[in-house]
Design a protein around this ligand. Sequence first.
Ligand SMILES: Cc1cc2nc3c(=O)[nH]c(=O)nc-3n(C[C@H](O)[C@H](O)[C@H](O)COP(=O)(O)OP(=O)(O)OC[C@H]3O[C@@H](n4cnc5c(N)ncnc54)[C@H](O)[C@@H]3O)c2cc1C
Length: 373
Amino acid sequence: MRHRIAVVGGGPASLTFARVLHRHDYPVAVLERDPAPDARPPGGALDLHEGLGQRALDKAGLLAEFQALSRPEGQAMRILDADGTVLRDWRPRPDDRANPEIDRGQLRDLLLGPLDVRWGEGVTEVVPGTRDGVLVQFADGRQETFDLVVGADGGWSRIRPAVSSVTPHYTGVTSVETSLDDVDTRHPGLARLIGDGSVAVYGVNRALVAQRNSGGHAKVYAQFRAELDWHTDLDPTDVEAVRSSLLALFDGWAAPVLDLLRHGTAFVHRPLYVLPVSHTWTHVSGVTLLGDAAHLMPPLGAGANLAMLEGAELAESIAATGPGDLDEAVRAFEERMWERAGRWAKITTAGLERLVSPDPAQALALFDEVQPS
Ligand SMILES: Cc1cc2nc3c(=O)[nH]c(=O)nc-3n(C[C@H](O)[C@H](O)[C@H](O)COP(=O)(O)OP(=O)(O)OC[C@H]3O[C@@H](n4cnc5c(N)ncnc54)[C@H](O)[C@@H]3O)c2cc1C
C-alpha cells in the first residue's frame, strides 16, 4: 500500500527525500512556494561530506554524477590574519574526495532530475488529526489531505508549529553576503587570494570569508558580532552605503583583504538565527520535520549535509514500511535525527563562538583541530 505523502519545500532536504522515494517508485507531492527552480539566486557552494551528504546522494543513486560535477580542489583553505599575513595554506591531495564543493544550483538540478515539483504552492499551515488525515492549507486558499506531511521548509518553517512551539533566535552574529563575478579576469589579485577554494580572515569579533564557486563566481561573507538592529540607519538597497559601513566595521584590515568588500556587487544581510541545540518534540502522528526546519544551526558546513542524509533515511524507511507501520517508521527516524543533529548543533554552535570571537587565535586553533594535516 502507498501512503499519501507530501513534503513541503524544495531545498536539499526535500529534494533528497523525494528523489530517494522516486528511486523506490514511491509517489510524493513536493510543494515549493518559489514559482520556479531559478526564481532566486541559489546561494554559495556547499561542501558535501563523505559520511553525510555524499552518503545521501549514494542512496539516491546520484553519487557518480555528483563526483563528476563537484570540485575536490574547492576544499582548499587559506587562513589569514587581519594584517593579511597567511597563517595556513591548506590544499587537498589530488585524490581527496572527503568534502568536495558543489554549486547549490548544480546540486538542485542534479536532485530535481525526473521529479515533478509543484512550484508556486506555498503552504501556510498543516492541521494534523482531521478525519481524512493531515490537512494542508495552501497560501491561495486551497486545501488537501495526506497521510504524512514532511516539513522541509527551512528555518522559518510553517509546518513546525504543528509539532513544536519553538522559534529561531538570533546568535548575535550577522553575516552580510556579496559576490564577485569573473573574478579571474576582473580581479586577478582577489582570485589569487581566494585560490581554488576559500580564504578566511579572522580579526577581533569579525571574519571575512570568500569562497570560489564555479564559472569565475565568488561569494564573500562579512561576519561580525552586532545587535540585530545594527543597520537601522542604513538603506539596504543602497550598495555604496552598505559598502562604506562594512569598510568602517573592518577598518584597519589589510587593503588586499578589504578589496573583497570594495569590489563586491549587491549586499544581502543575513543575521544568523538558530533553533535551540537538541530541539526535539513530542511525536505528532502524520507530521514530521527535516533539515533546517528541525534543527537550524550556524552555517559551518553541516546543515545541508544533515538535511540530505535525513531526507534519504526517512525516504528509505518509508519505502520499506508496510501499511500500518508508517507512524512507527517516522518515530524511529525522529529519534535517530535528533541524536545526530543534536551532536552537530553543539559542534557548530561552539564553532561559531570561536570563529567570530574576541580572540582570533581561537579560529586558527579550531582550523588546526578539524583540518587533516
Ligand atoms: C552562508 C551559508 C553557507 C552554508 N554553507 C553550507 C555548507 O557548506 N554545507 C552545508 O552542509 N550547509 C551549509 N549551509 C546550511 C544549509 O544552507 C542549510 O542547512 C540547508 O540549505 C538546509 O536545507 P533545507 O532543505 O532543510 O532548507 P532550505 O535550503 O532552507 O530549503 C527550504 C525550502 O522550502 C521552501 N519553503 C519555505 N517555506 C515554504 C512554505 N511555506 N511553503 C512551501 N515551500 C516553502 C523554500 O523556498 C526553500 O526552497 C550554509 C548556510 C548558509 C546561510
